[in-house]
Design a protein around this ligand. Sequence first.
Ligand SMILES: C[S@@+](CC[C@H](N)C(=O)[O-])C[C@H]1O[C@@H](n2cnc3c(N)ncnc32)[C@H](O)[C@@H]1O
Length: 269
Amino acid sequence: MVGESTEEVSRADEVEHAAGFDSELRRLDVVFQGACDVQARDRVLDVGCGAGQTTRAAARAAHEGRALGVDVSAPAIEQARGLAAAEGLSNVAFERGDAQVHPFPHGSVDLVISRFGTMFFHDAGAAFANLAWALRPAGRLVMMVWQAGDRNEWDVAIHRALAGSDRPIAAAPAFSLADPSRTTEILAAAGFVEIAFTDVEEPVCYGPDVVAAEAWVRSFTCTRALVERLDPDSAERGLARLRETLSEHQRDDGVWFGARSWIVTALRG
Ligand SMILES: C[S@@+](CC[C@H](N)C(=O)[O-])C[C@H]1O[C@@H](n2cnc3c(N)ncnc32)[C@H](O)[C@@H]1O
């Protein structure tokens, strides 16, 4: 298994809060579901499925097919299984595995989907080749990934508040597929064709109020890492600035930040 030890801990931490993404991403999910356009007989693979909201949606749409969610995190898979069982879905399954190397049967799926689950690969080339292997010829890939950090108001605002400056934001794994040229190269080398990017500009919601939003933002791996790098006084000032920023973004229906992502679509050649 790739990523035992410290990396495994940070993944598990990230996924511990996976259900919170469903609320954060509710506006983006509408766009994502439209792009997936799951058909009744589709065999769907959901990569980095987290708590499985998108896997369950795929299973409901593929009522004569099936959906498989794969995630490297055991707690996420456990949570996903529980939620699918509670909903009484019979055509959905979840497997713990690293999608980069998981032994998917060759040509066994019609559609690979992923909502922000494909940016954390250590070896993106090998990972997408493995997903192409799982797809039947002309099978579809639909994934949602973040655009660059400086195009995402949420990322700029968090870094500005906590680091107290506008210095360039360090590259983070979350933005590893942000560059369309580079991502096209990776997908083409893995055997995908008709690779296309659709610009999605929909905001994320961090919670109903500032208290909930602060707790949510402070649960992010990137936020914790930023705070840990600061001395106690700077951390206190940074968190005060964060609360101020969150309150500036409070609207009647929650604390919202601008966000830019790509819907990336491709076919297995
Ligand atoms: C940002 S979360 C998104 C979760 C889910 N797709 C959603 O939208 O709620 C990223 C997920 O990718 C998973 N992940 C990261 N690397 C992975 C890998 N190599 N194979 C499978 N899952 C992976 C993480 O464990 C995490 O659950």
